[in-house]
Write a new protein. Structure first.
Lengths: 231, 271
């Protein structure tokens, strides 16, 4: 049989549960490793070469410390196949993968027919149901910001996408901060100190006085920030 | 269950100390056990407003550092023994306050009193953040003018971020106390109106204290206005505010110095 990949055919993955011995390191680690060594010399020969899972719930180790511990155990013939209850930040490359206890089921999983759930998307809007108070700074580069209350004088909202304010906008609003020229700013009452889209801004002084206190939207036309009333 | 209340504002000179003294006295006059704490280390004033400046031996800092016992530092009011004062130190600065020390003293006061009222210094630095740190509720004192209102907005944001309650995901209940309100000037457009202030701060109103020379007179005599002239406009405003703090529902009015005459009714509370 040739090994030419066939795009129509799904790859088969098989999941199975296995028994493994779980070791629970306890501080101080150096003494614990010595103790394991004594065990192996005594009645603990079964530890050598068996699949071993390390339960790290009793200790707090950095990634390099885990790698060091695994190497030390390997040196003594103890083969660590996985890690349990570790800080997710301290596992990754160079360290055995995290495992979770299963119920002992053995299942076949056809990946193409039943895709694994996609990783959850990062939220692309930020909803604030409280007023943004003076001195607070909201920074959300990933998308739109919606404020249900007001944005106080001396407060600022910076968004990668558009900014929607359902109360009065008295502070600063900076939309399209990642270079998104299509971002807009909407508010139900404008008393803003500054509006900016993709770095093009107008200050309170240069805004049309007739727009003051009205519902408006702002958008970018070329390099010029335009503001019109919504009502 | 004792309640710890911080009286704060951000801006100076809006009436925090006057309001702390008047509300503390009013609550005590209404039968509550009250202690008021001066957090303005280095610039203490509450002892003067309470007329207790000659009785200060030990202070708040001495207690937090374990130099004096709480019972040695507490000054019982001569007019009303349900009211006590924990004075600030005048010779130290705000760095002498530690979070641990403040926490211990407040925990001890909670055992002895119904109300622990913390008079915050102006500003948003250490003294002010420690005064609000362990509060259950906050009274934000505001004058009807733009700089005071903006500073109050800032302080409300800090109350929602830097208090122990906020860090636990809970929230400090906030009340707005508008002081130095002059109806005639507001009508002429020289001041923000109550509606303007409530709209900007969107915080429930605890009371409106009218501008009155009674307040200054009382301060100079070292007697809270609720003691000195209980029938005056500001005193009645503080009594109403104290009752609202205790959970009573009282219609919002702006009492004036003319006895029996009630100002324009404000039935509304902000969202």
């Amino acid at each position: 049989m040739t090994s030419v990949p066939n795009p129509g055919q799904s790859t088969r993955f098989v999941c199975r549960s296995y028994m493994a011995v779980v070791l629970v390191p306890e501080p101080p680690i150096v003494e614990w490793v010595t103790e394991i060594e004594q065990r192996i010399k005594g009645a603990g020969r079964f530890l050598v070469g068996s699949p071993i899972v390390l339960d790290l719930s009793a200790v707090k180790l950095s990634k390099s410390a885990i790698a060091h511990l695994v190497a030390e155990l390997d040196h003594r013939g103890v083969r660590v196949m996985g890690i349990e209850n570790a800080d997710p930040a301290s596992v990754g490359e160079g360290v055995p993968p995290m495992v979770r206890p299963s119920r002992g089921a053995s299942t076949n999983l056809d990946v193409a027919a039943k895709p694994a759930p996609e990783p959850r998307h990062k939220p692309t809007t930020l909803l604030l149901d409280e007023p943004v108070r003076s001195g607070q700074s909201i920074f959300f580069p990933d998308g739109d910001v919606t404020v249900l209350g007001s944005v106080g004088s001396g407060a600022e909202v910076v968004a990668g996408g558009s900014i929607h304010v359902y109360g009065a906008l008295r502070g600063r609003a900076m939309a399209g901060s990642n270079g998104n020229t299509r971002a807009r700013i909407f508010c139900s009452r404008i008393e803003a100190e500054l509006l900016a889209i993709d770095g093009h801004y107008v200050t309170a002084e240069s805004m049309d006085k007739n727009l003051r206190d009205r519902a408006v939207q702002a958008w970018l036309e070329g390099t010029e920030l335009k503001i019109t009333a919504l009502d | 269950m004792a309640k710890v209340v911080v009286v704060t504002s951000g801006k100076g000179g809006v009436g925090k100390t006057t309001s702390t003294a008047a509300l503390g006295a009013a609550l005590a006059q209404l039968g509550q056990n009250v202690v008021i704490i001066d957090f303005d280390v280095g610039l203490r004033n509450l002892d003067l407003v309470m007329g207790a400046e000659r009785r200060v031996v030990y202070d708040f800092i001495n207690v937090t550092q374990g130099v004096a016992k709480l019972s040695q530092a507490l000054i019982r009011d001569k007019r009303l023994d349900k009211l006590a004062l924990l004075p600030a130190s005048q010779t130290r600065d705000k760095d002498a306050l530690t979070e641990d020390g403040v926490q211990r003293v407040i925990a001890a006061l909670r055992q002895q009193f119904d109300w622990v009222i913390c008079d915050s210094p102006a500003g948003i630095e250490r003294g002010a953040t420690l005064a609000m740190r362990f509060a259950d509720e906050a009274i934000v004192v505001t004058n009807p003018e733009v700089s005071s209102v903006r500073d109050s907005d800032r302080i409300i944001g800090i109350l929602d971020a830097k208090t122990v309650k906020a860090e636990r995901g809970d929230r400090v209940e906030k009340h707005l106390l508008i002081t130095r309100y002059d109806q005639a000037r507001a009508a002429r457009g020289e001041m923000l109106t109550i509606d303007d202030v409530l709209e900007i701060l969107s915080t429930p109103l605890l009371g409106i204290v009218p501008e009155s020379e009674e307040v200054l007179r009382a301060s100079n005599l070292g007697s809270p206005v609720t003691f000195n002239n209980p029938g005056s406009g500001p005193a009645r405003a503080y009594f109403d505010a104290a009752r609202r703090l205790m959970g009573e529902s009282i219609q919002m009015t702006i009492p004036t110095d003319k006895q029996g005459f009630l100002g324009k009714l404000f039935g509304r509370r902000a969202a």
